[in-house]
Structures are given as C-alpha cells and as structure tokens.
Design a protein around this ligand. Structure first.
Ligand SMILES: Nc1nc2c(ncn2[C@@H]2O[C@H](COP(=O)(O)OP(=O)(O)O)[C@@H](O)[C@H]2O)c(=O)[nH]1
Ligand SMILES: [Mg+2]
Length: 361
C-alpha cells in the first residue's frame, strides 16, 4: 500500500526515518512521503528526512518533557501549519496515512491523537496510527501517558497498529540500548507489510493489495503485526511445512504485541519468490489461522519478492481483548493511582478529605 508517514515526537521521527530508509533500500516505493514533527529542535536535527518544528512560541524548541497535555495543546495550535506542509506530500496516489509516535512521552503521546483527528477532517483515505508502547521497565509516567494516548487514539484513528517496545528485541539489554535495534525491526516488519501489494510485477490473482489491508482494519480498534521467516527450498512443493511453521511462529512468538493471539480479523501475507510459494501451504496456513483466532475473517495473499527466504506477515485486527492490552491498561491505571496517592500524601488535608476514608461517626 502506498503511504504517507508523519512522525510525531522523538520516537515517531526515528521510526519514520527507519521506515523511509528500509523502503528506499529495498526499492519498494511504498512510502511516498514522510515528515517528522517535533517540539524539540535537537531531536529533529539528527534526522535525515524532512522535519518541522512546532510550538516554538510556547517552548522555544526545547520540547515538552513528558507533558503530553502540553504536547496535545501545541498540536491543536499548530495543526494548520502541519496540514499545510502535508498538502504537497499527500498526493492522490496515497492509499493511507500513518501517524507514528511513541505513546509514553510528551510530544508524540499528546500530539499524535490530535493530528490524527485533524487529518481525518481533511483526508478521505484511512488515517492509521503506528503507536509504540513503553517497555515494562520504563517509569510510571510513561505508562500513564501511553494509557491516555492509546485510549484517545483508539477513538480517533481508523485503526491503531501497536508495537510493544518489549516485543522485538533480545532480552537482557535495556530498552534504551535497544532502541536502534527495535527501530530496525519495526522498519523491516512494518516496511515489508506496507510494501505488500506495491512492488508487484506480473500480477497474479493471489497477490495481496491495499484494499485487503484496509478491509482487514475496517472495524478499527487495536491491530498488531506478526512476523517470521525461514530459508526456502527451490521447489514450492517442499515449502508447505515452511509456510505453516513461519505462520505459526509469526502468531505465537513474533507479534508486535506479545500475547495478541485473539483477533476479529486477520490478513496473512506470504512473501517470497513466486515459484517457491506453495498454494497448498498457503491454504493450510490460512485455515490454521482461522481456527487459532476463532475468526472467519481471514484474508490472504502473496507478496512476490526476490529472496531465498519465505516470510509470513500476519496483520491482526481487533486485538483489544488481548492479555497484553488489558495488562497495559491495568498498569497505566495503577500508576495513575500511585501518583494520586503520592499527591495526597504531599497534601495532608486532601488525604483527610478522601472519600475512601469513612468518617468514624
Ligand atoms: N522504539 C523506540 N521507542 C522509543 C524511541 N525513543 C523513545 N521511545 C519510546 O517512546 C516513548 C516516548 O519518548 P519520546 O519519543 O522521546 O517522546 P516525545 O519526543 O516527547 O514524543 C518512550 O517512552 C519510549 O518508550 C526509539 O528510538 N525507538
Ligand atoms: Mg525523548
């Protein structure tokens, strides 16, 4: 699918840049344009894509810290200049817009939902969010910010594709050390998914196209992406099990949101050399997914690619009920309660007035 990317905040800009570079290096041309928006000048300076500073009057290019309410306010004020800058970048050939942001910080956390809402007012194509959840090791303010941002994104975006920062990196290293690795993993997986249906030569009927992505995401809510790949044999008939096991691993060990194994709808893309992709394997993998997810809405298609590997990319739609999302909202709520308790401890009078404490008589 052909997309325009708008990164908001530091993570938003860096992940957008990684996606642009992956798409360019592989000559997919799915990413038609990209813009990074931030309140922090320093975070924009290092990027090799087009950038735009917002909120200069309020924060003088110094960013908003982790104040996502300020991030949202600034985007409200400056939405028009961002929309103006996008006019030339969102051409008629674009199938969808993606607003990319880390949900735990300030500029992206607050700005992304506002920008999504504004984009939806202007454009007819779907406006999706690519949201990055803070890892478990990040502080409680990040969890609270992400909880509020996610809640609002679900309301505003046509769908929100979530990547958990704990999902796609080696355990052991801290999330911060791993950011570059995580960004590369996101770029490769999301980039491959976006390119499906684009780089198509000698179009066969089995090839996936952008309308299938859009239809899979039609119900909105939270989406996740699964990925796995394996070396392929030259002959398709020998790859039936390879397709099956790649699909299984994509769902059970390779999703962007660990434990997202229940979904309302899904799209299974098998990428590889056309003559190495077994029809029988693809059909089998699709019915397996249908049973595993308990959903009849499983779309499927190929992504022809010059490679000695076969990859399974699974888009899962409607995963709000997954344990990971629930756990995340619980964590965010808990962190918020802790913060409130701390505030009450600092303010003894308020603690006495708390309705949770019953009067003696
Ligand atoms: N995957 C990834 N996540 C990041 C990166 N930088 C920050 N994050 C995450 O994004 C959240 C927000 O941080 P940041 O983007 O710096 O905030 P903002 O600039 O105010 O939007 C953090 O809680 C991290 O979870 C990055 O380069 N890659
Ligand atoms: Mg930052």
């Amino acid at each position: 699918m052909r997309v325009a990317l708008i990164g908001v905040g530091q993570a938003g800009g860096k992940v957008t840049e990684a996606l642009v570079e992956y798409d360019y290096n592989n000559e997919f041309d799915a990413v038609r344009s990209a813009l990074a928006v931030n309140t922090a000048q320093a975070d924009l300076q290092s990027l090799r894509i087009d950038t735009m500073l917002v909120g200069e009057e309020r924060v003088k290019g110094h960013g908003v810290g982790a104040d996502n309410e300020l991030g949202a306010e600034i985007m409200e004020t400056d939405a028009n200049v961002v929309l103006e800058a996008l006019q030339a970048r969102v051409t008629a050939e674009v199938d969808a817009l993606f607003v990319v942001a880390g949900l735990g910080g300030g500029t992206g956390s607050g700005g992304a939902p506002v920008l999504v809402r504004e984009l939806k007012r202007v454009y007819d194509v779907p406006v999706y969010a690519l949201g990055i959840l803070p890892g478990r090791g990040e502080g409680s303010i990040y969890q609270v910010n992400a909880g509020r941002s996610l809640k609002t994104l679900i309301r505003e975006a046509d769908a929100t594709l979530l990547v958990d920062n704990d999902a796609w990196h080696e355990s052991g290293e801290s999330v911060v050390e791993a950011f570059d690795e995580i960004n590369k993993a996101i770029a490769q997986r999301v980039g491959l998914f976006l390119a499906a249906g684009e780089n198509v030569e000698g179009v066969a009927e089995s090839v996936v196209d952008s309308s299938e992505v859009i239809n899979t995401l039609r119900e909105g809510g939270i989406a996740a992406l699964g990925y796995s790949s394996a070396v392929a044999a030259a002959d398709a008939s020998e790859n039936v099990n390879t397709v099956m096991s790649a699909t299984r691993e994509a769902l059970y060990t390779g999703t962007s949101l660990p434990d997202a194994t229940e979904a309302d709808a899904a799209l299974l893309v098998i990428a590889g050399r056309p003559d190495a992709i077994p029809r029988k394997g693809v059909e089998r993998a699709r019915s397996w997914l249908e049973e595993e997810l308990g959903s009849m809405q499983i779309r499927g298609g190929d992504f022809p690619l010059e490679s000695d590997r076969i990859a399974a990319v699974v888009l899962l739609a409607g995963v709000e009920g997954s344990g990971r999302v629930q756990e995340f909202f619980d964590r965010a709520k808990e962190a918020k309660e802790q913060a409130e308790n701390r505030r009450q401890q600092q303010d003894p009078e308020e603690a006495f007035q708390s309705e949770e404490l019953d009067d003696l008589f």
